[in-house]
Design a protein around this ligand. Structure first.
Ligand SMILES: C[S@@+](CC[C@H](N)C(=O)[O-])C[C@H]1O[C@@H](n2cnc3c(N)ncnc32)[C@H](O)[C@@H]1O
Length: 256
């Protein structure tokens, strides 16, 4: 699904906070919560900035901020983006690694429709399908990715425990995939929900990566329970199997 054109988000620089508050008139059929959501979107400086710079989502700033701090998306790196829609992270990844339609380095997957992104191969598929990992690897021509990103989140139910368990399950499957396919030295980023990252995933990541950190990027809404796990320095499947028990977890409060 890679397009031939080059994706060039416009650069504006600086924060896009105009200081003006947009109020939305109540409309017939609009619930109070959808009214609040609309007002929050219209007044969110990251939403405004994303639109100005040509990113498909405000989420783009989360991976930009994580990458500014942890330097994961290096030129020439191969990247898998799990839960890619509407495409902000894939756009950022393609730009940072220099993925081009004639040499695609980024593969994204989502069960939702995605408009084509130049330099990115997009699979419309559920990542939990048994054949999804093989399909992603086939799109990379069998080459091991250097970075596996997962911003996957299950649709929220409002029931915290259910939402937490569903998103943790996605994180666990993404982590197992990363450990199966990453190139040595590779990185893994995954969305988790505050409330304690399951010990098993954390222990598994610590065994396989040199460092594992919890990160809350500044663009992630303070009221949101989301956090990101950033695991760097994949030890490789053989080395990790020997287990040195030396890995440490760092807790980051933020990036700024
Ligand atoms: C927060 S959004 C990702 C936003 C994206 N990082 C961006 O910058 O545009 C989470 C995405 O995960 C996707 N998702 C959730 N579960 C999935 C699954 N099992 N397989 C594929 N995609 C999934 C959802 O469809 C949704 O589009």
């Amino acid at each position: 699904m890679a397009d031939k054109k080059t994706d060039k988000p416009k650069k504006t620089g600086g924060r896009a906070d105009t200081g003006l508050k947009v109020r939305v008139k109540t409309a017939r059929g609009r619930t109070a919560s959808s009214q609040r959501w609309l007002e929050r979107q219209l007044n969110d400086p990251y939403v405004v900035k994303a639109r100005k710079e040509g990113w498909r989502s405000r989420a783009a700033f989360k991976i930009i901020e994580i990458d500014e701090k942890h330097r994961l998306l290096k030129p020439g790196a191969r990247v898998v983006d799990l839960g890619a829609a509407p495409g902000g992270w894939s756009q950022v990844a393609a730009k940072k690694v220099g993925s081009k339609p004639d040499r695609v380095l980024v593969v994204g997957i989502d069960y939702l429709d995605l408009d084509p992104i130049p330099g990115v191969t997009l699979l419309k598929k559920d990542f939990l399908d048994e054949d999804a990992p093989a399909a992603l690897m086939a799109e990379l021509g069998g080459h091991a990715p250097d970075v596996v990103l997962s911003d996957m989140a299950a649709p929220t139910t409002g029931h915290h425990k259910t939402d937490y368990l569903r998103t943790m399950h996605l994180c666990e499957v993404a982590a197992a995939f990363a450990v199966d396919v990453l190139a040595p030295g590779g990185s893994f980023v995954a969305k988790v929900f505050r409330g304690g990252t399951e010990n098993e995933v954390l222990a598994m990541l610590k065994q396989h990566f040199a460092t594992v950190a919890h990160v809350k990027p500044p663009s992630s809404r303070q009221e949101s329970v989301e956090l990101y796990l950033v695991a760097r320095g994949f030890k490789g499947r053989k080395a990790a199997g020997e287990g040195d028990g030396e890995s440490a977890e760092r807790e980051d409060d933020g990036l700024s």
